[in-house]
Design a protein around this ligand. Structure first.
Ligand code: ATP
Ligand code: MG
Length: 338
């Protein structure tokens, strides 16, 4: 744990403002962020500029969700006294660094990025990929380095993006002839990525398979009922498969009683344990996780001015910091400056 005098290690994470946050965010990243805010200098970015890379047809969605995601942050326990929440579009240095960094990466390298490949496919872009979308890993590198973050708590889908950031950092440092920027480590939870309730691909705001953190008890129950188990497990007495069974994946992510989950898995494999028992347990666990978040969120939503103040203060702090880094990078590269 850092002492009070030593500078705290810097964390940068963010979320695209494409919709309210969901259970995948909770296990993938938010839980870590809440835990780490006491020991780290943590910055959270409401990534509205990045959200535009696949939402140019719907800027209203991107705008509206800035406040929605901010409410989710506060509702899960992000404390503005410990963490700084910034709006990406309010920090022009991020866009300037992006423009500069684009010259240090090739289009071929961007096309090879496995996350980008998967997301292009999931969004059905075919060959009509918005240029901003293909290049968003560069913008993400600008975000991470502008804050000089060394730790990035993200879901497993983001690992190739952190790798690409570090490649860029090494390239820039080589060009500058010194360690201008630090490399960053991804902090990926054991669960990796939470699948969607349909069991196909990751839970995602953009794929219609998400359970939002503001879901009602009834919506949670309905989502769990729809969850994919083992299609060959027709009768409770049949032996069942645990691997690829979405309900077990969720129990692994949300059930604090590891021994009970291990026992349930053994019982399911042996046969004699029905899907309904598992689904009831999971429904209860998810409702217990979401209810306090939903209630706190509803309370906060009554005071949008307070949330706006938090965003204004956080963005002002982020603006100063990122502007400073941009100056260091342009000077480090030996570029002209007035
Ligand atoms: P979109 O569909 O708009 O891309 P998203 O649901 O993928 O939205 P992002 O804003 O892209 O969410 O991701 C924000 C953070 O949440 C990232 O760190 C990402 O790794 C993590 N995350 C998103 N979905 C999941 C998931 N299903 N499981 C674990 N982590 C996730
Ligand atoms: Mg995403």
């Amino acid at each position: 744990m850092p002492s009070d005098t030593a500078p705290r290690p810097v964390i940068l994470t963010g979320d695209r403002t494409t919709g309210p946050l969901h259970l995948g965010h909770y296990v993938g990243s938010l839980r870590n962020r809440v835990a780490l805010q006491a020991t780290h200098a943590q910055y959270l970015l409401l990534a509205d500029t990045q959200a535009m890379t696949d939402n140019a047809h719907d800027p209203e969605r991107v705008r509206r969700n800035v406040l929605e995601v901010a409410l989710d942050y506060l509702a899960v326990g992000i404390d503005p006294a410990l963490s700084t929440i910034c709006v990406q579009s309010a920090l022009p240095a991020l866009a300037e660094l992006t423009l500069l960094y684009l010259n240090f990466v090739t289009v071929a390298r961007l096309e090879r990025n496995p996350t980008i490949k998967e997301e292009i496919q999931a969004r059905g872009f075919g060959r009509d990929i918005p240029a901003g979308f293909l290049c968003y890993p560069v913008a993400q590198a600008a975000d991470i380095t502008a804050f000089k973050a060394t730790l990035v708590p993200v879901g497993e889908d983001q690992a190739p993006l952190i790798e690409q950031t570090n490649e860029l950092v090494r390239r820039l440092n080589r060009q500058a002839g010194r360690d201008l920027l630090p490399e960053a480590a991804a902090l990926i939870p054991a669960i990796g990525r939470l699948p969607g309730v349909d069991g196909r691909g990751k839970m995602s705001k953009s794929r219609g398979n998400a359970v939002p953190l503001s879901a009602s008890d009834a919506a949670i129950e309905a989502a769990v009922q729809r969850m994919y188990t083992d299609p060959d497990h027709l009768r409770a007495s049949d032996p069942g498969r645990v691997e690829g069974n979405v309900v077990f994946t969720y129990l692994d992510a949300f059930d604090p009683d590891l021994q009970a989950v291990a026992d349930l898995k053994a019982h399911y494999r042996r046969g004699g344990l029905g899907d309904m028992v598992l689904k009831r347990r999971l429904t209860g666990l998810l409702q217990a996780t979401v209810t306090p978040i939903r209630e706190r969120r509803a309370e906060l939503a009554r005071d949008p001015d307070l949330v706006m103040d938090i965003l204004r203060t956080g963005s002002a702090k982020g603006r100063t910091l990122t502007e400073q880094t941009k100056r260091e990078v342009t000077e480090g590269l030996g570029l002209f400056s007035l």
